[in-house]
Structures are given as structure tokens and as C-alpha cells.
Write a protein that binds this ligand. Structure first.
Ligand code: SAH
Length: 363
């Protein structure tokens, strides 16, 4: 493992301004017009932000000096400060970024044979309280602004620029519950998906939720063609409530109804994430029950061997048991894969690096 402790210098004042990465193209146009500038400048600015990826307004050489100064006065381009950059033996890179108010978040770059994928964070902490997850340990501190989510992708892309590579997909599976920060998440999606923005196709973006039902309906109605994943983790309501307290508010049968609505509305298949927690939800009977629950639903199941979290008591399912579980689902005609692990030597699973930092801070 290789680790760099970065020393980027951002002044506090610079970081108090809103991030320019928070603005959608039409919002930037409106801002320009109210500041006596031509709307078409928005496209030029997007080009500097997302195609040329500059780090200073001064570099935007086709804009007037006055406009560059106005931008600098109102916005910041230094939304995130890199605190730690860890590179794993398998090429996974994990970033710990500091926000303007001193909170830290994680972003992970994963290498697949089909391209480079970035896992982004949407909240500082999380209030969902899943019993197996490190991200929720300190509760929710605050929501991220769209620009703080966009900047994660830009930062990773800037790191890849050194070798001429490109971010080809995004998964919204870092710290936080994206549907608990719905509006900012949606703005983020529109910015990264925009052809003048990072131009990452909807089909290359995945959003995952623990199951906030009203937002699933709302998201279905956006009809964005984004890949949609649901953290299921249990084949029945009783077990799901034990693992995920959110199931007490948004119950499994209602969740399945919302998922069916999503499929009907978008015509797309969904993914169910199913973490295998040793002795808890990983037995043959659970696989049978799961197959029964999702029978007839256009879906894919992603089995996730539990990531060990020191504060939690869950143990790994033995490999042969994982394969047995997979086989049962396959026998029922269900599309299933076992999630490949990335960056095992660098705490790359959600919230682990940040949780470690927090512990060190409070020591
Ligand atoms: N809050 C969203 C986004 C998180 S995505 C959601 O719940 O879907 C990250 C995925 O990893 C989720 O499916 C989450 O339930 C799962 N996860 C969290 N902690 C884990 C752990 N210790 N082991 C395995 N999977 C875990």
C-alpha cells in the first residue's frame, strides 16, 4: 500500500464561498445573466471545469478578466482538500477529502476490466443506522452540497488525467443515504450526466438506497435511466428490521411494491444488494426465501461478503456457503453475482477510513 499525505493549501475565506461545481448549466446561465454577462459564457465555463478541469479561475483564458474576477469573488473551485490518498495493490485508490467546515469524507476509485469507477459519498455520516455499517456509527453530521459530490468525481478525474485515463462510471455507494439528500443528489446526477459536464452516461451511473420508499417513487418518475440498486440484505421483514431499522418505517412488502413501480415506470431492471452476514442471513433457507420474494421481478442480485467492521459483530460467510447461496438463486433462474472486493488492504469499504480517522481524532 502506498499512502500520500497531501499538503494542499486553501485559505479559509476561499473555502467559505459556494462551490461553482454545485451549479447546473441552466443555473450558471441564470447567474451570469443577473451579473450582466452573456449566458453562452456558461458553456465556456463548463468546458473549463469539466473538460479542461482547471483548478483556478485565472486559467479560464477566453473569459474577460472582469468575469474571472466576478467568479472568483462569488465561488470557490477548491471545494475539497485531499488529506490522504491511498493506493492499493490492486490499483484501487482511496481519497480522504476535507470539506470547508473541516469534516472529512471518502471517495474510492475502483479499477474494473470495463473501466474506472468512482464511488462517491453523499452525506457526512448517515442516520439510517444499519447494524452492519461503519458509515452510520457517528450519526449524520450534514448533507453534502451537489458541488461537494461533483468535486469528488472531478478530483478523481484530475488524478487520472496524469495517466490519460478517464472515469467511466459512478456508483453512489459511499458514505450516506443518497435518497436522504435527494435534491442535492439529483442536481449532482444532472451535472455529471450533462454532455457539457462530465458527460457520464446515465447507464454508467448507479444509485443505491436503503429503501426510502417515497423517494423511490419520485426517482422512478424522473425517468433518468440511471442504474438503481436496493440494499435488501434480508428475505423477510422480521430479519430485515433486525439488520436495518429503516425497515420498521418502510416495510418490506411496501418496498417491493415501490420497486415494481420503478421497473414498470422506467423499463429497467434493478439490482438487489444482499450482504452475507455469517449465520444471520446466509443459510440455504434464506436463499430459498429470497428467490421466492423476488420471483418474477426484473432484477439482478449482488451478493456482498460482509466487510469486517471492528465495532460490529458480524462474521464472514465461509466461501463454500457463499457459492451454495449463489447456486440456489441460480437454480431459481435468478441473475446473481458475487461482488468482487477492492482495496482490501486500504479499508476501502464504506466509511472505514473515515471511521478510523474519527477514532484517532477522539483519542
Ligand atoms: N445508503 C445507501 C448507499 C450505501 S451503498 C444504501 O444503503 O444502499 C453501500 C452498500 O454496502 C449498501 O448495500 C450497504 O448496505 C452495504 N454495506 C454497508 N456496510 C457493509 C458491511 N459491513 N458489509 C457488507 N456490506 C455493507
Amino acid at each position: 500500500m502506498e499512502q500520500t499525505i497531501a499538503t494542499e493549501k486553501n485559505t479559509v475565506q476561499e473555502m467559505k464561498k459556494p462551490s461553482i461545481y454545485s451549479l447546473q448549466l441552466h443555473e450558471l446561465k441564470e447567474w451570469l445573466q443577473t451579473h450582466n454577462e452573456k449566458a453562452f459564457r456558461a458553456e465556456q465555463i463548463f468546458d473549463w471545469l469539466y473538460k479542461k478541469r482547471v483548478s483556478d479561475f485565472a486559467e479560464m483564458s477566453n473569459l474577460s478578466k472582469t468575469l474571472r474576477e466576478k467568479l472568483k469573488e462569488h465561488f470557490t473551485l477548491t471545494t475539497l482538500k485531499t488529506i490522504i490518498k491511498q493506493t492499493s495493490l490492486d490499483g484501487t485508490i482511496k481519497f480522504l477529502f476535507e470539506l470547508s467546515d473541516g469534516f472529512s469524507i471518502e471517495t474510492v476509485l475502483m479499477r474494473h476490466n470495463y473501466g474506472n469507477s468512482v464511488c462517491v459519498t453523499t452525506q457526512v455520516g448517515c442516520r439510517i443506522g444499519c447494524t452492519f455499517c461503519a458509515s452510520t456509527l457517528g450519526g449524520l453530521k450534514r448533507n453534502l452540497e451537489a458541488g461537494e459530490i461533483v468535486a469528488q468525481v472531478v478530483k478523481v478525474q484530475q488524478a487520472l488525467d496524469e495517466t490519460g485515463e478517464r472515469v467511466s462510471s459512478i456508483v453512489i455507494m459511499g458514505i450516506g443515504e443518497p435518497f436522504d439528500n435527494y435534491d442535492q443528489m439529483l442536481s449532482f446526477l444532472k451535472i455529471v450526466n450533462h454532455e457539457k459536464g462530465l458527460n457520464i452516461g446515465a447507464r454508467h451511473i448507479t444509485v443505491s438506497t436503503s429503501g426510502i420508499i417515497p423517494k423511490i417513487y419520485q426517482f422512478a418518475d424522473e425517468n433518468m435511466q440511471i442504474n438503481f440498486a436496493i440494499s435488501l440484505h434480508a428475505p423477510n421483514s422480521e430479519l430485515r428490521s433486525r439488520l436495518m431499522p429503516i425497515n420498521r418505517a418502510y416495510k418490506l412488502p411496501d418496498l417491493m411494491k415501490a420497486v415494481r413501480y420503478y421497473i414498470e415506470k422506467t423499463g429497467r431492471r434493478v439490482s438487489f444488494e444482499y450482504g452475507l452476514f455469517g449465520g444471520v442471513n446466509d443459510q440455504a433457507e434464506h436463499a430459498e426465501e429470497l428467490a421466492n420474494l423476488i420471483k418474477g421481478i426484473k432484477c439482478h442480485v449482488n451478493l456482498i461478503p460482509v466487510n469486517y467492521v471492528p465495532e460490529r459483530n458480524y462474521v464472514r460467510t465461509p466461501r463454500n456457503q457463499i457459492f451454495k447461496f449463489e447456486k440456489i438463486l441460480k437454480e431459481h433462474g435468478i441473475n446473481v453475482t458475487i461482488r468482487r472486493e477492492h482495496g482490501h488492504d486500504i479499508d476501502a469499504a464504506c466509511g472505514q477510513l473515515r471511521a478510523k480517522e474519527r477514532k484517532e481524532e477522539t483519542r
